[in-house]
Design a protein around this ligand. Structure first.
Ligand SMILES: Nc1ncnc2c1ncn2[C@@H]1O[C@H](COP(=O)(O)OP(=O)(O)OP(=O)(O)O)[C@@H](O)[C@H]1O
Length: 263
């Protein structure tokens, strides 16, 4: 489904500010894999997601989706295969459009621009059903502007929009980090439900180790541009935050950031 083959990325090469963000990352996701990604600050987690989404070109290596290289495919064309939710609740939705207009836009993802939004009665009914599944009452506010929603509501809507066209890959980049604990817990549960019900192949960056253990079937740990540890299946389900912290501690020079320590 997703093959990341020995990708490398250096920012500001051959300058005093040179930063080797990805130093040869290999990762294969089978259909339906849900991989959580943890790591120290600056480990390359967001850069990995940016490389997969096409937001940032890589220097070497290749990225295949459904067996086809997307390395040279611009991000707007990759959007057909990829759903993404960012940390910032304001990033995934258009504030001046209504809830139903945002959903219609999401349905159109990856298609050519210039088409109308096409909110037919049948689509409106589909949106209503999808919104009901969020348990936030948004199905009663479908013509309200998204800018009026709370951060948690917007993030839940972003997740729904990213998932409901069944993208080949769902990328979640610390998508609960900016929410208060109650809303973060709700969006975490929605993530589990949406990924499970649609069987989405998912790559999720998180600083919350409990969440990284709790969600998904595989966990990878990154440090200084490389994947340094992976655990899957029952071994992952039975791992503990203390064990993961001990692994960080075992890496010379790896400092777990405050956010992760608190989670
Ligand atoms: N656009 C950019 N220009 C220059 N350097 C960048 C850019 N994006 C990332 N970097 C650098 O690349 C390294 C990896 O960054 P990245 O954001 O991928 O790390 P991360 O693991 O997501 O970190 P964090 O957990 O702190 O968000 C860092 O040293 C960062 O400063």
């Amino acid at each position: 489904m997703l093959q990341v083959q020995d990708i490398k990325k250096t920012f500001f090469p051959k300058t005093v500010n040179e930063k080797r963000a990805l130093m040869g990352v290999d990762l294969n996701l089978a259909d339906g894999d849900f991989v959580t990604v943890i790591g120290s600050n600056g480990a390359g987690k967001s850069t990995l997601l940016n490389a997969v989404s096409g937001k940032m070109p890589i220097d070497t290596g290749d990225i295949l989706i459904n067996g086809k290289s997307v390395r040279r495919m611009p991000d707007y064309r990759r959007a057909k295969y990829i759903g993404r939710v960012f940390q910032d609740p304001m990033a995934g939705t258009a504030p001046d459009l209504s809830i139903e207009q945002n959903l219609a836009l999401a349905l159109r993802r990856g298609q050519s621009r210039g088409l109308g939004l096409g909110i037919t009665p049948a689509r409106r009914e589909l949106f209503r059903e999808e919104l009901q599944s969020l348990d936030l009452g948004l199905e009663k506010r479908m013509t309200s502007k998204v800018g009026l929603l709370s951060g948690g509501q917007r993030q839940a809507l972003s997740l729904l929009m990213a998932g409901f066209t069944k993208p080949a890959i769902l990328l979640l980049d610390e998508h609960t980090a900016a929410l208060d604990p109650t809303r973060a817990a709700h969006v975490t549960e929605l993530t589990r439900r949406i990924v499970d019900s649609e069987k989405l192949t998912t790559l999720m960056v998180t600083h919350n180790m409990h969440q990284a253990i709790d969600l998904g079937n595989r966990l990878i740990m990154m440090h200084e541009g490389r994947i340094i540890y992976e655990v899957a299946g029952d071994a992952k389900a039975n791992t503990t935050v203390d064990e993961l912290l001990a692994r960080f501690a075992a890496i010379k020079g790896a400092v777990v950031d405050d956010k992760t320590m608190l989670s």
